[in-house]
Design a protein around this ligand. Structure first.
Ligand code: TMP
Length: 209
C-alpha cells in the first residue's frame, strides 16, 4: 500500500506524517516513511540544490528535472523495494507536488509533466493521496512563525501559492477515488485523528482506492 501526503506550505504535513508513522509502527504495521525531494543520499543532495535560496537563477525546467531525478532515485531505491517487501509506504509529497507546483504554480505544460513523471516513476501511482488543505495566507503565516527552514519555493508570491492550492483542488477532483481532502486548519490532534481513521480503514480495505 502506497500512501502519499500532499498540501500547500504550512499545512503541517511533515509533522502529521511523522505522527501517523509512529502510530502505525505502534500498531505493528510494517511501514516505511520517506519524503520528497530527498529520501535517499542522492535525493538529499538534489534537495539541497533545488531548495538553496541562493539558486535564484534556476529555470523552471531545471527545477522540474531535479525534482524528477530525486523521485526516480527514491522510487528505485526505496519505494518499489519496500512495496515489494509488503510494507506500507508513507511518502511526504510525490508527483502530485510536481503537477501542483511546477504545473499549476509555474505554468509548465501539464501533459509534458505527466510524461516526465511517468518516465521517472515507471508509472508507479499512489493507492491513496491525502491532501492537507489550508488557506494559503494561514499556511504561509504558520511557516514564517514556525521557525522552519525556508526554501526557494517560500520566496514565491502569494499568487503562486494560490495557484498551487487551486491546482491541488483540481487534481483531487479529477481522481476522487485516489484523493481524500482533510481540513488542516484545525488543531493538530483533530487532523491526526482523521488521518489515523482514514488510513486504518484503508488498510482494512474499507476505502475504495
Ligand atoms: P517541504 O519538504 O517542506 O514540503 O518542501 C518541499 C518544497 O518543494 C515545497 O515548497 C514544494 C516543493 N516541491 C515542488 O515544487 N515540486 C515537487 O515535485 C516537490 C516534491 C516539491
Amino acid at each position: 500500500m502506497f500512501i502519499t501526503l500532499e498540501g500547500p506550505e504550512g499545512s503541517g504535513k511533515s509533522s502529521q506524517i511523522r505522527l501517523l508513522y509512529d502510530y502505525l509502527l505502534a500498531q505493528g504495521v510494517a511501514v516505511r516513511l520517506t519524503r520528497e525531494p530527498g529520501g535517499t543520499p542522492i535525493g538529499d543532495e538534489i534537495r539541497a540544490c533545488v531548495h538553496n535560496v541562493q539558486n535564484t537563477a534556476m529555470c523552471p525546467e531545471a527545477e522540474l528535472l531535479l525534482y524528477s531525478a530525486s523521485r526516480a532515485q527514491l522510487v528505485w531505491e526505496v519505494i518499489r523495494p519496500s512495496l515489494a517487501a509488503g510494507m506500507v509506504v508513507l511518502c511526504d509529497r510525490y508527483y502530485d507536488s510536481t503537477l501542483a507546483y511546477q504545473g499549476y504554480g509555474r505554468g509548465l505544460d501539464l501533459t509534458a509533466l505527466r510524461q516526465i513523471t511517468h518516465f521517472a516513476t515507471g508509472g508507479l501511482k499512489p493507492d491513496l493521496t491525502l491532501l492537507l488543505d489550508i488557506d494559503v495566507e494561514v499556511g504561509l503565516a504558520r511557516r514564517t512563525d514556525g521557525g522552519v527552514e525556508m526554501n526557494r519555493l517560500d520566496l514565491e508570491t502569494v499568487a503562486f501559492h494560490r495557484r498551487v492550492r487551486q491546482g491541488y483542488h483540481q487534481l483531487a477532483a479529477q481522481e476522487p477515488s485516489r484523493w481524500l481532502t482533510i481540513d488542516a486548519d484545525r488543531p493538530p490532534d483533530a487532523v491526526q485523528t482523521d488521518l489515523r481513521t482514514i488510513v486504518t480503514q484503508c488498510l482494512r480495505g474499507h476505502v475504495n482506492t
